[in-house]
Design a protein around this ligand. Structure first.
Ligand code: NAD
Ligand code: DAU
Length: 351
């Protein structure tokens, strides 16, 4: 019997890389991608794997309890990798409820359905919840988040993810549901929706639009190549210990302004224009409300216990990423019309 694996949010940025890895690496798994195709979900992300015999897509909303329950009863999944979420901090500031619904209620629906369908035999099952380093809050200049750092979420997004993490752990302790959690730092790579810093800046440079830097640009993020995240997810799903949490990070901290300047210089070279041209587009704008100063991950546990560490050097991954956005203009053009334009106008109008 083929193992049936449910991956939620597989049409999104990270989910699509996880689907690609699993579909290609595990021909003996039946991979089912459940995604509501919100503004962030895009089946074009999966056009290279969607005709493989071990892959299928189901459009559905994890906030719909009846739908989720029926789905679990029908497929009796052996494992769940849960990535579906509302994921953009700025959107959580203007519309927190969408985050509460999907990230908290949606996660509980999946937990309940798994608990019910696995009640007679849980030993060979796994519910893997993919989460973020933002649950730990904001760091000063020193220190790193470890798996035992206390939770201190400060945005509606991170509070909703923290809440879902707590619920996943509660189902482990209370109902013995075989869960595992990972908390990862900022990802970059192909197929990221251009509301996030790196693709937004690449796209704005292409169109000679200003590059909005929140506050002074001195906030720090720890960047990891998305394909390395997918490899870590593979390790944790297969080898992670039930009940455990693993931090995943790139050991690659950048202030936003330094990162954007580096991006500008690489883009100038690629677009064959004088170095300094793109940097002139930088514009310091009103800060994000409650903007976390610094994130940094201590990923020594996953390295020691599961043997994972980032495999791609930042320079290489960054260059590869920029090339992808420059080459895949059709992908960007499809996203950058309609709703995205309205979002952009609203988000950046008064900054
Ligand atoms: P994304 O926004 O690109 O994709 C989210 C996907 O979930 C989309 O395909 C969307 O259609 C789907 N979705 C949203 N609501 C849904 C619902 N109610 N029912 C079914 N599907 C729904 O997000 P991402 O950046 O790929 O992040 C994936 C996961 O990884 C999230 O849980 C996020 O919190 C976590 N994470 C992201 C990062 C990062 O840097 N992007 C870092 C660490 C952790
Ligand atoms: O740390 C993991 C998290 O990383 C994930 O959980 C989130 O889903 C993901 O969106 C990301 O959150 P950030 O808020 O760090 O990512 P974002 O790309 O939105 O912003 C990165 C930094 O750049 C942050 O300090 C805010 C800043 N920024 C962002 C935008 C969109 C700007 O200065 N200008 C911008 O226009």
């Amino acid at each position: 019997m083929k193992k049936k694996i449910l991956i939620t949010g597989g049409a999104g940025f990270i989910g699509s890389h996880v689907i690609r890895l699993f579909v290609n690496k595990y021909p003996n798994y039946e991979i089912i991608n459940l995604d509501a195709l919100t503004y962030a979900g895009n089946l074009e992300n999966l056009c290279d794997v969607d005709s493989k015999p071990n892959y299928s897509f189901i459009k559905g909303d994890i906030t719909d309890l009846e739908f989720v329950t029926n789905l679990f009863n029908k497929y009796k999944f052996d494992g769940v990798l849960h990535l579906a979420a509302e994921s953009h901090v700025d959107r959580s500031i203007s519309d927190p409820l969408a985050f509460i619904n999907t990230n908290i209620l949606g996660t509980v629906n999946l937990l309940n359905a798994a608990k019910e369908v696995w009640k007679d035999e849980m030993s060979d099952k796994k519910f893997y919840h993919i989460s973020t380093d933002e649950v730990y809050g904001s760091l000063g200049i020193t220190g790193k988040f470890t798996e035992t750092t206390s939770y201190d979420p400060r945005s509606p997004y991170s509070a909703s993810k923290a809440s879902s993490d707590h619920l996943v752990r509660a189902y482990f302790h209370t109902y013995k549901l075989p869960v595992v959690i990972s908390n990862c730092s900022n990802n970059y790579g192909a197929n990221q929706f251009p509301e996030k810093l790196i693709p937004l800046v690449i796209n704005n440079i292409k169109h000679s639009k200003t590059l909005p830097i929140y506050g002074k640009g001195d906030n720090i993020r720890d960047w990891l190549f998305v394909e390395d995240h997918a490899l870590a997810i593979d390790k944790i799903y297969h080898e992670g210990k039930v009940g455990e949490t693993y931090n995943i990070g790139g050991n690659n901290e950048w202030t936003n302004i330094d990162l954007v300047k580096k991006l500008c210089d690489i883009m100038d070279k690629k677009l064959d224009q004088a170095i300094g041209t793109s940097q002139k587009l930088i514009s310091f704008v009103k800060d994000r409300a409650g903007h976390d100063m610094r994130y940094a991950i201590d990923a020594s546990k996953i390295e020691k216990e599961l043997g994972w560490k980032p495999s791609i050097k930042f320079e290489e991954g960054f260059e590869q990423t920029i090339d992808w956005y420059l080459e895949n203009t059709e992908w960007s053009d499809h996203i950058l019309s309609g709703d995205y334009e309205k979002y952009y106008e609203k988000q950046y109008k008064n900054r």
